[in-house]
Design a protein around this ligand. Structure first.
Ligand code: 2PG
Ligand code: MG
Length: 400
């Protein structure tokens, strides 16, 4: 056990070119860890609070750093995270910022791993894992809050469920991404990329379904294993609470129509996964849709928060939870959410944010917790940082 000797905080750039918080944690024995906070665009109403990075850093320097330096053992992650909560003294990290908290929390875990000489996934509990790696869900077409004038549904996610290895799965998602490009080109549709590197063509959702279905089928034929696809509807972003309806490009749907629409899509396209098909307050609607089949995942619904997940478990809302450490502020809280989910038969899906850095913590977290899925894009440096790390971990564990 070695004490935290220094916590350094700075602003760096994220993938959108926005400033974010990076933390270095140094230990008395010379251990070192560095991590950076990601940032969402389609943030849930109940997420922990991200402050302006300069304010978050100033506040963390004032309240948290003095409680950590020389006082907390770096290998005791729960104590690190409890100290961050005590320093903040609010429910939602609105004092020091969830961005400062998560960067310090993750950097401390990396410093602890460095001290022991173990890879981060082992330090986080992955020593007995490694047989079942997470299936990466790769964003190949998207719009919503991640790109202007593109699909209403935020993400169309390639899901290579039959891949024999993580490496095969990662390459398959990149191939689907490429195939989508070729199909768009054949149709004469120009497309730039959205925040997560997915194609963001100015097409309606119907055409996106056609293209993604064709692309996943074509790549599945080529690679010889099953590739399905899924969605992040991010429906809270399209929900108009006054009119109680979901607003699409050319149409609106009330809650019953939304449930029928999504259930029909699941059937028609054999969707492997649907995230946030309904508004973040609609536990009942989530429960109804969960009864209709497939993986229904709560992101804005649960915001990696065990209390919100408990409410979901009671009502049978969803059967999967998206886990984003910055939504709740610490690694301990994120792991608690994973454990509660697994105990209750919910699948944890470890996830990136639309604004990311080259930080790879979530790849290690996914392996360490034995999560069956990880959502971290298909292409782009801040996405491939995690995907390539998964490939390395797989090789390390399996000695491929
Ligand atoms: C989501 C995420 C990541 P954001 O909605 O699941 O894909 O987007 O980080 O913008 O909330
Ligand atoms: Mg989401």
């Amino acid at each position: 056990m070695t004490l935290v000797s220094e916590v350094r905080l700075r602003q760096v750039l994220d993938s959108r070119g926005n400033r974010t918080v990076e933390a270095d944690v140094v230990t008395e024995s010379g251990g070192f860890g560095r991590a950076a906070a990601p940032s969402g665009a389609s943030t849930g109403e109940y997420e922990a609070i991200e402050l302006d990075p300069s304010e978050a850093i100033a506040s963390a320097r004032e309240h948290a750093v003095p409680r950590l330096e020389g006082k907390v053992y770096v290998g005791d992650q729960r104590d690190v995270d409890r100290t961050l909560r005590a320093a903040d003294a609010t429910d939602d990290f609105s004092e020091i910022g969830a961005n400062s908290a998560v960067a310090i929390s993750m950097a401390a875990a990396k410093a602890a791993a460095d001290v022991t000489g173990a890879p981060l996934y082992q330090h986080l509990g992955g020593a007995f894992r490694g047989e079942a790696f997470p299936t990466p869900l790769g964003n190949v077409v998207g719009g919503g809050e991640h790109a202007a004038d593109a699909t209403a549904i935020q993400e169309f996610l390639s899901a290579p469920v039959g891949a024999p290895s993580v490496q095969d799965a990662v390459f398959a998602n990149a191939a689907v991404h490429q195939e989508v490009h070729d199909l768009l080109e054949e149709r004469g549709i120009a497309a730039g990329k959205g925040d997560e590197g997915a194609w963001a063509p100015s097409i309606d959702d119907e055409e996106a379904f056609e293209i993604v279905a064709e692309a996943t089928d074509a790549v599945a034929d080529e690679v010889g294993f099953e590739i399905r696809f899924g969605l992040d509807v991010a429906a809270a972003e399209m929900y108009d609470a006054d009119d109680e309806e979901y607003v699409y490009r050319d149409t609106t749907r009330d809650t019953d129509e939304q449930i029928e629409y999504v259930a029909d899509l699941v059937e028609e396209y054999d969707l492997a996964y649907v995230e946030d098909p309904l508004d973040e307050d609609d536990y009942e609607g989530f429960a109804e849709l969960t009864d209709r089949g497939t993986l229904i995942c709560g992101d804005d619904l649960f915001v990696t928060n065990v209390e919100r997940l408990e409410a979901g478990i009671e009502q049978g809302a969803a059967n999967a939870i998206l886990v984003k450490p910055n939504q709740i502020g610490t690694l301990s809280d994120a792991v608690d959410a994973v454990e509660l989910a697994v105990e209750n038969g919910y699948k944890p899906v470890i996830s990136h944010r639309s604004g990311e850095t080259e930080d790879t913590t979530i790849a290690h977290l996914a392996v360490a917790t034995g999560a069956p899925y990880i959502k971290t894009g298909a292409v782009g440096g801040e996405r491939t940082a995690k995907l390539n790390e998964l490939i390395r971990i797989e090789q390390n564990v399996s000695r491929l």
